[in-house]
Design a protein around this ligand. Structure first.
Ligand code: SF4
Ligand code: SF4
Ligand code: SF4
Length: 582
């Protein structure tokens, strides 16, 4: 039985588990204690002093995020002394802060700004720090660091360490303290994998994705361009959060309607590319199993993971599937097959991807990603950037009718839909591989469900005809590292799925921001993933190889999975990377 303690929060008696902190206990009693540096399991350092509370009998205020509960504890979370302390802390933070909220990308969602408003902090206030202006780090394709807005909370450092990349940390001391890479090296010159987990965990405007919305507005205005947009499976499960809709609302129809109103010539579903990836990947897997190829085969959809593998596990590059990601396959087919079918010159097509992921902005510049002789994808926007465009166009998102994707590349299958959740690629691949191995249209679809859920590592063994296939699924790079080390140590797996971000794309670095008051107490990954599994359940086609677009594509153009043409257009290669420190 769980040990508990009896205590009082703001005079209210409450019984809570003995291992709770005051922060957790207060939440159970119905009180939110504000936090800035605290991130559950990632940054529990009690440093920012915003969560201070009064404990009866204690000489000074204590940090609720790290202070343990005990029998008889009496806590005031909102006394005048507490309020005054929090206000002074905020004033001190602001004394060294670039307070230009009007032009800040985070304005309206900034946890610092919201707290300052709640505690009545004036912009012109009693303290004034040195306020030195420092240059932005915009050295990568995907991220901008503005340390003028950094509050030294170290949440980004914790997020990066949790990914086992650890490329950012605290530099210098005293007033010169700053967050960055060792020796103040630019981010573009260290083995950052581009996951963006530092961005989604930053409470202020100090970190954001590199904004590419201007490029899209320009393309939409250019009459010589045919602008096609496609949306990754997970976007429909998260975009609604940017418009204050409940977490886990599937907004597919409204998203399509909004994109059409923004002026895109065609609105396609990246599920098409996901299905195509399954065709090529399942075929590659069966070939490797039957012909003694390199096993385990490891999925290649997640560019942050590919980047990590190239930097940190170069001995496993031959294990990677050679398939391009669904984003790149979609672009490749738009600029070749679709262009030919519709009399379009690929040089006049601009393909815009809406992605959950900042690393996708880096992926489009990788070698080999130009099937038609032009980049497969021209511009990548995150979910947040799309919301920014919808807001700037003053589209009433929540009032929009549901609309369908354009037909040519707009069929959503259940297999494609679940790509956005950890385990989804594996499950989709097994649905197709099992049909092909047995030569039957197997009727039980929900069979490979052991790989669902947000556990960091999941394993399962399936018997398919005369084969026994052991699969592994890892999300988040710490889990990937653990699973790959098991492989290095000799544990046998046939097929492994790895997603760079914990929980998969639904929790990607380009997804909507949630304040720590939600992040620390809500299972975001499960709620968002549920929207995708619910969609899968409802769809008439749930296997990639049953999609009529996919059947037509192979019949008319690619011949068969793994054909010479498919290899030319849809596959890629990898190389070991160790970036020099300049
Ligand atoms: S980081 Fe927050 S407080 Fe600072 S300028 Fe941006 S919105 Fe304002
Ligand atoms: S993008 Fe990922 S790897 Fe790069 S600094 Fe941020 S958390 Fe670290
Ligand atoms: S960049 Fe953001 S998350 Fe990192 S220390 Fe600064 S404010 Fe905190």
């Amino acid at each position: 039985m769980m040990e508990t303690v009896n205590m009082k929060i703001n005079g209210m008696p409450i019984t809570v588990p003995k291992n709770y902190t005051i922060l957790q206990a207060a939440r159970e009693a119905g009180f939110n204690i504000p936090t800035l540096c605290y991130l559950k399991e990632i940054n529990e350092i009690g440093a920012c002093r915003v969560c201070v509370v009064e404990v009866k009998g204690a000489r000074s205020l204590v940090a609720a995020c790290v202070y343990p509960v005990s029998e008889g504890l009496e806590v005031s979370t909102n006394s005048l002394k507490v309020q005054k302390s929090r206000r002074t802390t905020l004033e001190l933070i602001l004394s060294n802060h670039d307070r230009r909220c009007l032009s800040c990308s985070r304005s309206g969602e900034c946890e610092l700004q919201i707290l300052c408003r709640e505690y009545g902090v004036e912009v012109e206030h009693r303290f004034d720090g040195a306020n030195p202006r420092v240059e932005l780090d915009a050295s990568t394709d995907y991220l901008v660091r503005d340390n003028n807005k950094c509050i030294l909370c170290r949440r980004c450092v914790g997020a990066c360490a949790a990914q086992t990349t650890g490329v950012i940390g605290v530099n210098d001391r005293g007033f010169d303290t700053n967050i960055g890479c060792a020796f103040n090296t630019e981010l573009g010159n260290v083995p950052c994998v581009g996951c963006g987990q530092c961005i989604v965990n930053c409470p202020t405007g100090a970190l954001q994705e590199k904004d590419d919305t201007t490029k899209v507005w320009d393309a939409l205005q250019d009459e010589s361009k045919y602008v096609i947009v496609h949306t990754a499976p997970s976007i429909r499960a998260t975009l609604g959060e940017c418009f204050k809709m409940p977490i886990g609302t599937n907004v597919k129809g409204k998203m399509v309607a909004a994109l059409r109103r923004l002026g895109f010539d065609k609105v396609f579903d990246t599920d098409f590319g996901a299905d195509l990836t399954i065709m090529e990947e399942a075929n590659e897997f069966i070939e490797r199993v039957q012909n003694g190829g390199k096993l385990p085969m490891i999925t290649s959809c997640s560019p942050g993971w590919i980047n990590y593998c190239e930097h940190y596990f170069p001995d496993m590059l031959d294990n990677l599937s050679t398939c391009k990601s669904p984003q790149q396959m979609t672009g490749a087919m738009i600029k070749t097959w679709y262009a030919e079918q519709n009399g379009l010159d690929p040089k006049d097509i601009v393909v815009v991807s809406i992605m959950p992921c900042t690393a996708k902005k880096y992926e489009i510049h990788r070698a080999d990603q130009d099937a038609a002789g032009y980049p497969d994808i021209d511009i990548v926007l995150t979910t947040r950037e799309l919301a920014r465009m919808i807001n700037r166009a003053h589209i009433n998102f929540t009032d929009l009718p549901d609309e369908e994707f354009d037909p040519a590349l707009g069929i959503t299958t259940g297999a494609g839909a679940i790509f956005g959740a950890t385990g989804g690629v594996m499950e989709a691949a097994l649905r197709t591989a099992a049909d092909w191995i047995t030569g039957k249209d197997l009727s039980v679809i929900d069979y490979y469900t052991d790989v669902r859920g947000t556990d960091g590592i999941k394993t399962a063994t399936y018997d398919i005809k005369d084969l026994t296939i052991k699969v592994g699924v890892a999300s988040g790079l710490a889990n990937a590292k653990e699973l790959l080390n098991r492989v290095r140590e000799g544990e046998h797996f046939d097929f492994i799925e790895i997603m760079c971000c914990p929980g998969g794309c639904v929790n990607g670095g380009g997804q909507p921001l949630q304040p720590s008051s939600i992040y620390n107490f809500t299972d975001l990954k499960t709620k968002r993933a549920k929207a995708l599994y619910d969609e899968d359940k409802e769809l008439p086609i749930r296997k990639s190889h049953k999609s009529p677009i996919i059947e037509k594509l192979y019949k008319e153009y690619l011949e068969k999975p793994g054909s010479h043409k498919a290899h030319e257009l849809l596959h890629t290669s990898y190389s070991a990377k160790v970036k020099p420190v300049k």
